[in-house]
Design a protein around this ligand. Structure first.
Ligand SMILES: [Zn+2]
Length: 373
């Protein structure tokens, strides 16, 4: 299912080659999947004398995933096919600080409504993916000590969503989802990739040997790395001078507000930079140096093939240019010789794509159940 869903295989022969299974086993399984209504087969172009080449794809009726990528003040919602490709998208204004039950109930209501509005009400939901802007324990699906999510600490998000939606749920840190989506969508041939998410907070997801590296759950979380600075700023975690306290979108907004400039969200900061407001440009350059310093250590240590910079602040060109400059100046030549430093290609929906990809690994029991029927 995954090989067909991701477009890696379009025929029985490709499935046999990629899976290493015998052609007869693949044929039998494919026939079962077609009979169960999960695969569809379509002719591809004209026949060239011999047998007409046919193309396998997922049937539209096979199912959908519901995905929500939650930020501090909004959620990006999607109904996606089983490959993670969005079929319908919308935005929901919601304040994550009202707590988990109210937020998740509103998100699930809106996801079901979105499916209904796009004629997908009768297509079975096979899983729900939730991205959260905080550390998620992969064993329990709980958020652990998030810095700007009051009421969420230790809340069983995965159990809540599974209980209310009646299907398996995937709960993942938002930067991890972005990393998977970016890797799958734009850099599938690369083994080791770091994806930095620069928004209201600072996140990072790590792909090692082609797979998401979760560690104990907080892998890639660089927001509370201590940085050197002249002025001391206390971080929401209780320690002074974390990277996030100086260089996140929230920190930039606070520093601009102190200079009498209103910028209540990262997109507004990007607008100010684009408009050439000197205080905004100077603020993002300073942030870029701090982020670049932290990334220098990580690039030297991890030696990724690509460093992808995403999140809404990545549209601020001087920020990205400064990060790039610091890394090329300070990293070991061997670490940067073939290093790609790029801005996000999958854009704001990278997390949706990532959730879809991971869900096909998490929520797959229904496939066996469908075949038994
Ligand atoms: Zn901190």
């Amino acid at each position: 299912m995954r090989l067909v869903a991701t477009g890696q295989a379009e025929s029985r022969a490709e499935l046999a080659r990629l899976s290493g299974l015998a052609a007869s086993s693949v044929s039998l399984r494919v026939e079962q999947l077609i009979e169960a209504g999960l695969f569809a087969e379509e002719g591809a172009g004209a026949s060239r004398g011999g047998r007409r080449p046919r193309r396998l794809r997922l049937a539209r009726e096979a199912g959908v995933y519901l995905v929500a990528d939650l930020g501090a003040h909004h959620a990006r919602l999607a109904v996606a096919d089983l490959a993670g490709t969005p079929l319908a998208l919308s935005d929901l204004a919601c304040d994550i600080a009202v707590g988990p039950e109210e937020t998740l109930a509103a998100v699930l209501r809106s996801l079901h409504a979105l499916a209904g509005e796009h004629g997908l009400r009768d297509v079975p939901v096979r899983g729900v993916g939730i991205g959260l802007p905080g550390p998620v324990d992969p064993a329990t699906g709980q958020v652990v000590s998030p810095s700007r999510m009051p009421g969420w600490n230790d809340f069983p998000v995965r159990d809540y969503v599974t209980g209310h939606a009646g299907v398996p749920a995937l709960v993942e840190n938002d930067a991890n989802l972005m990393a998977v989506g970016e890797h799958r969508g734009s850099w599938p041939a690369l083994d080791n990739v770091m994806v930095i998410k620069l928004g209201s907070g600072i996140g990072c997801g790590v792909i090692v040997d082609g797979r998401l590296h979760r560690g104990r759950g907080a892998a890639g979380d660089i927001s509370h790395v201590r940085i050197l600075s002249e002025a001391t700023v206390d971080c929401s975690c209780g320690h002074p001078d974390c990277l996030e306290a100086h260089a996140s979108g929230a920190a930039l907004a606070a520093s601009l507000a102190a200079q009498g400039i209103e910028a209540d969200n990262p997109s507004r900061i990007v607008d100010l930079v684009t408009d050439g407001v000197p205080q905004a440009t100077s603020a993002v350059r300073t942030a870029g140096r701090l982020i670049g310093d932290v990334l220098t250590a990580l690039v030297n240590f991890f030696n990724p093939d690509a460093l992808v910079i995403g999140g809404s602040l990545s549209n601020a060109e001087p920020l990205v240019a400064t990060i790039r400059g610091v890394i090329y100046e300070r990293c070991l030549p061997l670490a940067t010789r073939n290093l790609e430093i790029a801005t996000s290609r999958a854009g704001r929906d990278a997390s949706i794509l990532g959730a879809g990809h991971l869900l096909l690994g998490v929520a797959d029991e229904w496939i066996d159940r469908a075949l038994e029927r």
